[in-house]
Write a protein that binds this ligand. Sequence first.
Ligand SMILES: Cc1cc2nc3c(=O)[nH]c(=O)nc-3n(C[C@H](O)[C@H](O)[C@H](O)COP(=O)(O)O)c2cc1C
Length: 213
Amino acid sequence: MILAFNGSPRLKGNTATMLQAALDGAASEGAETRLIHLRSLNYKGCVSCFSCKLKKGRHGHCAMKDDLSPILDMMEEADALLFGSPIYYGDVTPEMLALEHRFLFSHMLYNKENRWVFPRKIPSAFIYTFGVTADQAEAVLAPFANVHGRMGEMLGVKSDVCYSANAWQFSDYSLYEADRYDPAAKKKYHEEVFPEDCRKAFEMGRRLASTKA
Ligand SMILES: Cc1cc2nc3c(=O)[nH]c(=O)nc-3n(C[C@H](O)[C@H](O)[C@H](O)COP(=O)(O)O)c2cc1C
């Protein structure tokens, strides 16, 4: 099962569309897939209880009990993981950040060796969508190298990444205070470039399903 997480509160927005394209790619390779919308779950970020690091504790297990608990258990069994988030003020959404923190931190020990306690090797991938133009993508994505690196280390396979820039945010730009954007140019970009971004996500989904750890 390939598990995908939509960090956007919009269930049919840019991120959800890119995620679905990636899952379609994975399904074309015969993978079973599931998309989970984080907004429909009630949970908090890591509370720094350190239960996951107790010598006599359950390593690789987050002790918090909320809607994320069964999801974290499912992640333990998944064949691959896909994380999708819009960029909000230079970061992923709070929902995605809380998931990433709890997943990573509960599988990490403060030991010099055997630092990560994830039981298997599985591939992972990240999808980002954002409003600024593609020429700024490198700067937008640079802060996430840390989380990608750690996720790859923990899961034993380097993570894959793709993105879509210059996001189409409203269906009718004339209704909003947004005159910094040219609606015709936005529409053209959405019609011509976004499908290409989705095609790249589809290919990433295929890779995710066919990567052998
Ligand atoms: C609260 C908020 C903050 C945002 N901050 C940024 C930002 O810092 N940089 C950026 O390029 N886009 C920013 N955006 C635009 C979104 O990243 C963009 O519209 C994204 O594609 C939304 O994804 P969705 O359609 O899946 O919800 C922001 C949007 C919102 C709602």
